[in-house]
Each structure stands twice: as C-alpha cells, then as structure tokens.
Design a protein around this ligand. Structure first.
Ligand code: PRX
Length: 647
C-alpha cells in the first residue's frame, strides 16, 4: 500500500512515501488524521470539531462529526470579515461578450439576498433544490445560497434533456427548481426553461412547488403559476442574512453520475469534510496564491469539477476566478486564449479533450495571444496522452508552467492523485502520486497488491474527508458498487499501474462506463434510451477510441422487423435513433455511429461481448470468438457492415 502524507509541520514540501505490506501502522494513521484535522482547522467553524473520523459504521463515514459549519460563510463572509471584500471573486464573461465582475463583498451580498429569497419560497434545512442553469454567475450564487440555508442542491447539467432532468428531480424529491430562460452557446440563445416545463408537465414531479427563473437571454417563455422571476425574488428579499452553523455531516449536495446500470446514481456529499478537502487540494495542486493568481477552471457547474473547483474550492480559498459561459469556438477559435490574455489568467484547469481539439487547429491561434501570465496548468477527466501533454506544456505553458494531471471522480469529491507543481518532476501521461493524506493501492482481482509495471485495479484504502457519503436513497447500491469487491476498501472502477519509479498511471475504466470528452456515460443508460424507441429490439453500446474525445459512443442495434416498415434506409434510421438518444439523455450521449445489425455477439450465458463489438467499432481484426454462443455472428456483422450499413 502506498500511503502519502506530509511530515507534520512541514506543509507539502516533504512528502513521505511509506511502502508497507499489510495494514498501515498506527502512527501513519494518526499522522493522516492529524493532517486532515489541521486542514479542517483552516476553515471557519461555528463550533470546532473535537472528532476527526468516525469509521465505526463503515462504509458510512463521518468526518468532523461534532463540528458545526456553514459552507457559504466560509466561501464568502469570512473573506469580507478578513478585509478582503474588495478582492474580485468572479470575472464573468458571457459568450456574447457581456461581462460582470463580483467582488467578495458583492458576491456575499448577492448570496445573502438569494438565501432570503429561498427562505421566502419555503426552502429550509434538508430540502432539495434542483439547479438547471447555464454557466453564469447566478448558478454559483444559487448553489451558495442553497448551501447557506442548509438545503441540498442537485445541479443538473444544462445539456441534459427534460427526461434526464425529470428523473433527477423525482429521485431527489426536489421542492424547487432554479433555472434560466436559456443561455448562450455557439453564438445562439439556447433554451432551458421549456425543458423544465416538459420535465414537470402532467404532474410528473409533484414535489416541486416553485420554479425560480433567471432571465439570461430575454427569450419568450411560457409561464406557470409556480414560476417566480429571479429578479423579483431578489428585489423583494432582505439584504442581510446571518449564516448559521450546520452539522459537519449535513448534506451539501447530490450530483448524479452514470454507473454501470441504466439509472444514474445520486452521489451524496456532506459539508465539513468536503469543504476541508476541496479547499486544501485546490491550494496545493495549483500552488494557489490567492492575492495574486487569476484562476480559471473551464468546467461547467453541472459537473463535479464545476462544484469542487469552481463553486467551492476557489471561493473557500478567497481566489479570483474567471467563469466563461460559452464554447471555445465562439466567435472564433481564439476565444479561450483571448480570455486568458484579457484577465491575465495564471492557473488554467481543463480537460484533455479541449487540448486535443485545439491541437488539431494548430499553434498559430494561441500563438497570436499573450499567454505569459499562465504559471500552472491542470488536466482532469480522462488520461492525457503524451502528445497533448507536450503541446499543452509548450504551446500554452511556454515550457514554463508545470502540468498537473489530476485523477479523481464525482465520488471522491476532490483530487486524489496528482503531481504537486514545482515539487514533483512531472511525467507526461501519469497522475503520479497520491495527494497528501490519501492512501492508494493497486490490486489484482484477488485483492493482492500488484508489482510495478503490472496493471491492476485502483483502490482507496483509507477513508478521506470529501468521500461520498452514499448514493441518495440507495445504501445497498452504495455498498455493492464501491465496497464489495475488496472488503473495506473503495473500488474506483479504474485500472491503474505503477511504473518502475512507483508513479501511478491510470488505464481507463474497467467497467461499462465510458468517458467521452471527459464526461462519464453509461453503456446501459444509452442502451435503454435506444430500446425505448419502438423500432429497436435490442441494443449494445461500446466506447470506441476517438482521437479527439478520448472515447466515442458507438451503438449496435437490432431492429424490430414488425415496426420498421415505415423506417427508411439504415442511415436514416441511424439519424433518427441518434436524435432519439439526444432527446432522451442529452446531446452529450448521442452516439457517433449507430450500426444496424441482425445479431449481437453473446456468450452462452447471454452476456453481450462488448470486447468484440469494440474491435468492430475501432476497425480492428476481431479477437477470440470461441466463447460465443454462435460463432458465426461476428462474420454476419462484418458482412453487413461491409455492405455499408453504418451511419
Ligand atoms: O476514469 C476516471 C476518469 O474519470 C472518471 C471519473 O469521472 P467523473 O466522476 O465524471 O469525474 C470527472 C472529473 C473528476 C474516473 O473514474 N478520470 C478522471 N480524471 C482522470 C481520469 N482518468 C485518467 N486520468 C485522469 N486525470
């Protein structure tokens, strides 16, 4: 087991790597807990905790259990009270070019009003609030306001469909939905409110009492008696709001993520441990100097990165950050670099997919901008291939700025494996070392540690403060998914190996979860969206390697002969089915390709052999077919595809 923790009192400059066979020693354990207690002490506690970890009901952890804390107070009032009220908290850049800045004082005032507005709408401690918004300042204000009153937010990415939004609202039992008329994307106003109306239609979500609507685009929207205008609610709200301390284990948010079944999991995070670890990791991974850095994380608030490293970590650390509403190509492909030049961004945190798409466009575009302010570059969401790593470091970072390749998950809440800039000598493609206070192991199927240069399964061997506390409403699934493979250890679902120096390399998911542009998608979820169409009898989905997006969704479908008389040619069917998936889940889940086939390769026990389908999708020779129930199936698929039956 590799345990990494700093020597007490020596901050992060000394990292001890303790390699042991067996259980972690008492003293190492004690150091780890003392380390986290010290990190938590950097926050403001309404009542300081006397306990660090309670693991007696494992895998249900309690951190800082007897402490009382308010996440929003820590992100806002604390800085104003410390004399930093004039520091910029947010530089908002809208896609059409409109801008807004919020100092910490202004952001605090906005969140206080919003908190009062929520209370006026009947929201209180423990209530769930769904947030379905574009990436605008009001989304962060809404999250902070929900947290401030001890309610629980469930942010649903604005790119998800009405259907996905509905199932998330239902699962969480949300009492309020906060949305906007729409947002700006690719030079156009896109609509969000109609999806909320569709999700709530026909009393599908009876728990929802109100919909709070921010006007972003001035598009006409249908109104309902339950709707409340954000601007009116803010104007009517009291300006002052006193933040109370809530139990450290009070739920902070639910965030849905894809698993191996068709139903997304509501990952539950609580307050004290989460905030302690996101603030600590944000400071160390990016070498943050809050008084001088301008930080920009490009993730949307709809994802965990937008929670931990936009809405909470940077604000908890009193940092100044940029948020940009739109896409990188609007009005032209220089938009990101123009933003970096304009705000003198010094820390950039983004995903390899973005880097690869910029790489394809050539260096002339970024070379046209002054990027010399950049001093630390971060990568997240998927493995960064060495070519993209080198391009990022040289073209964007000017060979000056180190790259931190950060591995973590919605479930871990915070960065778990990453080099530390200016301390770790970085290696292209490797996330390298566990963070201080984090214990990682790589095991074989039987639970034994693998040797160096051998692939195994990544596990986290000791609880950590920002760990998920469960799956909303489903404790059995929580145990089964994460804690049943290796007793008492968290199974991440990723393959990994140590290289000869003991650095960690991530090898991708080992389950039926795909990673498309750094977004997690479930094969089962897309398969069930496909079979919900009346033409589709059976579907199998695989993630195929893709030069830009890392993986792409490729689907194989068997059509219902009795239903397809009105369907048209295969390529027309594919188009309609692709659109159907986008409608059911959201455009991010749209298959790159749909292949119409007459059989699917299955084992004798009826399990679809995705490995073989991946061979087809990646145009490789078909692998071993001996375990197929009917070995002629792959030949038939090959023939059908050779006949041009793809999208
Ligand atoms: O497979 C790993 C991959 O993304 C998964 C987690 O996805 P999600 O919960 O959506 O969170 C993404 C942002 C934290 C992981 O199981 N992943 C994330 N970061 C990396 C990565 N794979 C390789 N290298 C990374 N740096």
């Amino acid at each position: 087991m590799l345990t990494v923790f700093p020597k007490l009192g020596s901050a992060f400059t000394v990292i001890m790597q303790v390699r042991q066979n067996g259980a972690m020693s008492q003293s190492a354990n004690q150091d780890r807990l003392t380390f986290w207690a010290n990190e938590a002490a950097n926050l403001h506690w309404h009542k300081s905790p006397t306990k660090t970890l309670d693991w007696s009901a494992a895998p249900f952890a309690k951190w800082f259990d007897d402490g009382k804390i308010n996440a929003s107070f820590n992100c806002l009032d604390r800085h104003v009270n410390a004399g930093l009220g004039d520091r910029i908290a947010l530089y908002f850049e809208g896609e059409p070019g409109d801008t807004a800045t919020y100092t910490y004082r202004e952001l605090t005032a906005a969140v206080k009003r919003a908190a009062n507005a929520l209370v006026a709408l009947g929201i209180g401690e423990g209530d769930r609030v769904a947030i379905y918004m574009p990436h605008i300042a009001e989304a962060i204000i809404a999250m902070q306001a929900v947290a401030r009153i001890g309610a629980i937010h469930s942010v649903v990415f604005g790119g998800f469909s009405a259907e996905s939004l509905r199932s998330r609202i239902q699962d969480a039992g949300a009492k309020l939905v906060i949305t906007a008329d729409g947002g700006f994307r690719k030079g156009k106003a896109t609509a969000l409110k109609p999806a909320v109306d569709e999700a709530l239609a026909d009393n599908h979500c009876p728990t929802v009492e109100h919909v709070l609507v921010v006007r972003r685009t001035s598009q006409p929207v249908d109104t309902h008696p339950r709707d409340v205008e954000w601007a009116d609610a803010m104007a009517a709200a009291e300006a002052e709001h006193v933040a109370h301390g809530f139990d450290a284990e009070n739920p902070l948010f639910i965030l849905y993520t894809s698993g191996t079944t068709g139903k997304p999991k509501g990952i539950l995070h609580t307050t004290g441990g989460y905030l302690a670890q996101v603030a600590s990791s944000h400071r160390t991974v990016f070498d943050l100097k809050p008084e001088s850095d301008v930080y920009w994380c490009t993730a949307d608030v709809g994802w965990i990165t937008g929670h931990s490293y936009v809405a909470y970590g940077p604000l908890a650390n009193g940092a100044s950050q940029v948020i940009y509403e739109g896409t990188p190509d609007t009005p032209d492909h220089g938009r990101w670099w123009q933003i970096i030049e304009k705000y003198r961004v010094s820390i950039l945190y983004t995903a390899p997919t973005a880097i690869r798409s910029f790489m394809k466009l050539g260096r002339a575009i970024p070379d046209g901008y002054d990027l010399t302010s950049l001093r630390v570059l971060g990568s997240v969401g998927e493995p960064i291939n060495p070519e993209a790593h080198n391009w990022y470091g040289s073209v964007i970072g000017g060979e000056r700025a180190p790259i931190v390749d950060t591995w973590w998950q919605t479930e871990t809440g915070a960065i778990m494996i990453s080099p530390l800039p200016f301390i770790t000598k970085t290696k292209a493609g490797s996330a390298q070392t566990p963070m201080p206070g984090i214990s990682i192991a790589i095991l074989d199927e039987a639970g034994n540690e693998v040797g160096r240069e051998q692939a195994g399964l990544l596990v986290i061997t000791e609880p950590w403060p920002s760990m998920l506390r469960g799956i909303w409403g489903d404790p059995v699934r929580f145990r089964d998914t994460y804690w049943s493979q290796f007793d008492g250890k968290y199974f991440a679902g990723d393959g990994a190996k140590y290289d000869k120096d003991g650095d960690i390399w991530l090898l991708g998911r080992v389950d039926d979860v795909m990673n498309v542009s750094g977004h997690r998608l479930s094969t089962a979820e897309i398969e069930s969206a496909l079979v919900s169409h009346r033409w589709v009898a059976e579907a199998a989905v695989v993630g195929a390697a893709d030069e830009t997006t890392g993986q792409a969704v490729v689907a194989f479908v068997i059509l219902r002969q009795d239903e397809i008389h009105d369907a048209g040619a295969d390529h027309e069917i594919s188009k309609i089915l692709r659109d159907h998936v986008a409608h059911e889940i959201g455009p991010i889940a749209k298959p790159r390709q749909i292949m119409v086939v007459s059989e699917l390769p299955k084992t004798r026990s009826g399990k679809i052999m995705r490995r073989l389908l991946r061979d087809v999708a990646e145009s490789r020779p078909i692998g071993d077919v001996t375990t197929l129930a009917d070995s002629s199936v792959m030949g038939a698929i090959g023939e059908k595809l050779a006949g041009g039956a793809t999208d």
